[in-house]
Design a protein around this ligand. Structure first.
Ligand code: FES
Ligand code: FES
Length: 152
């Protein structure tokens, strides 16, 4: 058994040498919010945070993880405003990419700014959406980033 810290909790989990972090999260810990699509680091559906930094969990060997893992399930409170902004802006349709989008955006909107569209597009460019055309996603992230900065 290997120790992982996930969403603020210590977990003991069986990890085989070739297991990806995504497989462990979904299949051993039941955290299915991180989605599996391309399985080769290209779509961002499996994005999680390692010590607050977004990574694609399908490309991360679980056995090498020493940092705190945060999945979409661990962002229930922190990302409430992002979820609401995505809904308000119509930033999802099928919703398959949305957990990964929100996890990545959650790291971005912690930054001191200034919020601008180019930065959002660049930072979110690893997260593919086949439905929305991206403009609504960018607008939702900008809404939250601006709101958070104006509240500080
Ligand atoms: S499933 Fe991990 S990047 Fe696509
Ligand atoms: S909302 Fe369907 S892939 Fe993004």
């Amino acid at each position: 058994m290997t120790a992982l810290r996930v969403n603020g909790r210590a977990c003991e989990v069986e990890i085989r040498p070739g297991d990806t972090l995504l497989r462990v999260l979904r299949n051993r810990l039941g955290l299915t919010g991180s989605k599996e699509a391309c399985s080769r680091g290209e779509c961002g559906a499996c994005t999680v945070l390692l010590d607050g930094v977004p990574i694609v969990a399908c490309m991360q060997l679980a056995v090498l993880v020493r940092a705190e893992v945060t999945t979409i399930e661990g962002l229930t409170e922190e990302a409430r405003d992002l979820r609401e902004a995505f809904a308000d802006r119509g930033a999802f349709q099928c919703g398959f990419c949305t957990p990964g989008q929100i996890v990545r955006a959650s790291a971005l909107v912690r930054e001191p700014g200034p919020p601008d569209e180019r930065t959002v597009r660049l930072q979110m460019s690893g997260n593919v959406c086949r439905c929305t055309g991206y403009t609504q996603i960018v607008d939702a992230v900008l809404d939250v980033w601006r709101r958070r900065l104006s509240a500080t």
